[in-house]
Write a protein that binds this ligand. Structure first.
Ligand SMILES: Cc1ncc(COP(=O)(O)O)c(C=O)c1O
Length: 403
């Protein structure tokens, strides 16, 4: 028996989508990417989406765009309030974009930062004006309390940027996560609810953000329209150019950027998954409910994930209640030996991740929930491909190892 954290079954539809691209002879960013962008914006409920080659690139490009965003520029070297408990890309993107991440504690039930922990942090700092942004992550699909977080941001002249990589289609206040901020990023890495191998996106209602990211993701080139005609004769930018030289926007660079462009293949796979989004989300919710019912008898040893129909579950997170009774290491080992794949809940970045060891003394004992979850929480799969036999096997395996 093998129960993976995530799986991706390449079916007929996926193969046809890939073959269509191969037959077209055009594999670099083109109409499949544009189509996915339109579909993703529609699914989330924003005016625009722009695809990039990963969720990490989406974060970096989004943060870089804000440095050039006329309506609310955020200055380099300012502080970004974020979560210590996430996949490390969120923090890495902040640092790589020239900002300083500052961490506030998370809630033990939702794994995410809260209005209370943000407020408590802001009350004891003496440089609020150096804080430019709040970047919450909807971890494991659990939405952060965005209305209250936005109020705090507004009060202090900050903006918000959601990392919605793990919450494709989660609902908060009747809208999808990713619609509560100026911009939001997503990862479609394998095992995420909508998956495409390697792919990311940013959504926003502001075309200025899209225009900036369009440049940033292509080495700062002058192209910034949504639909490239790929012919110099049809290019609106050239048509409106008033100079006398042979201006070519593809090779004129207006800012310093990256190559975060993507390919047609992941975008086409993303589109095939998106067609099944409702079923994927529903099946994952049903699996979480079923596992919760089956594992309820162990709730003295393990904190089970809160079930809620508004959550688009990335996985099935579990927290060890009393590490003296059973440690995460022992439990993970026993599950893995029996074919159930596990992952630690990322670790508390400033105190438990070696790459951030320079922050260890500053944060040690200041983020008790994140430190606890970082050491004692883990997750297993709850994905759409799990069968009834798989779910029953998970429950019987827990019974066997926890007896
Ligand atoms: C919360 C979060 N942010 C960012 C990323 C980075 O995305 P990617 O792996 O596509 O670069 C991930 C990836 O899983 C993630 O979970």
């Amino acid at each position: 028996m093998k129960i993976n954290v995530g799986s991706f079954i390449i079916g007929k539809e996926e193969k046809e989508a890939i073959n269509e691209i191969l037959n077209s002879g055009r594999i670099s960013e083109g109409e499949k990417v544009r189509k996915f962008e339109e579909e993703w914006a529609k699914f989330i409920g924003t005016k625009y989406a722009i695809a990039l080659n990963s969720g990490t690139s989406a974060l970096i490009a989004g943060l870089t765009a804000l440095k050039h965003y006329n309506k609310h520029t955020i200055k380099e070297n300012t502080k970004i309030i974020t979560t210590p408990l996430t996949y490390i890309a969120t923090s890495n993107a902040i640092v790589l974009s020239g900002f300083e991440p500052v961490y506030v504690d998370v809630d033990k039930n939702t794994y995410s930062i809260t209005p209370q922990t943000i407020k408590a942090y802001l009350e004891q700092v003496d440089d609020i004006e150096n804080h430019s942004l709040i970047l919450p992550v909807h971890l494991m699909g659990y939405p952060c309390d965005m209305n209250k977080i936005n109020k705090i941001a507004e009060k202090h002249g900050m903006i918000t940027f959601e990392d919605s990589s793990q919450a494709h289609g989660s609902i908060y206040d009747n809208k999808k996560t990713g619609t509560f901020s100026l911009l939001s990023s997503y990862s479609f890495y394998i095992a995420h609810n909508i998956q495409a191998g390697e792919l990311g996106a940013v959504t926003t209602d502001d075309y200025e953000i899209i225009r900036l990211i369009k440049k940033i993701k292509a080495n700062g080139r002058a192209c910034d329209c949504m639909v490239c005609t790929r012919s110099t004769t049809g290019c609106p930018k050239i048509k409106s150019y008033t100079g006398n030289d042979d201006f070519d926007p593809r090779f004129t660079h207006e800012m310093i950027g990256y190559n975060f462009k993507t390919m047609e293949f992941p975008a086409a796979l993303g589109s095939t998954q998106l067609k099944k989004a409702d079923q994927i989300i529903k099946k994952r919710q049903e699996n979480v409910k079923y596992l919760n019912e089956g594992l309820d008898r162990f709730s003295d040893l393990l904190k089970l994930p809160e079930y809620n129909k508004n959550i688009s579950y990335l996985a099935y997170p579990l927290t060890i209640n009393n590490p003296d009774k059973i440690s995460r290491k022992t439990l993970r080992q026993k599950l893995e030996e029996r074919g159930i794949e596990t992952r630690p809940l990322f670790g508390c970045i400033p105190t438990q991740q070696p790459a951030y060891k320079h922050l260890k003394s500053q944060y040690e004992n200041k983020l008790p929930n994140a430190e606890y979850l970082g050491k004692n929480a883990f997750y297993i799969g709850c994905h759409q491909y799990l069968t009834q036999t798989d779910l029953d096997y998970i429950i019987s395996t827990f019974k066997e190892v926890l007896k």
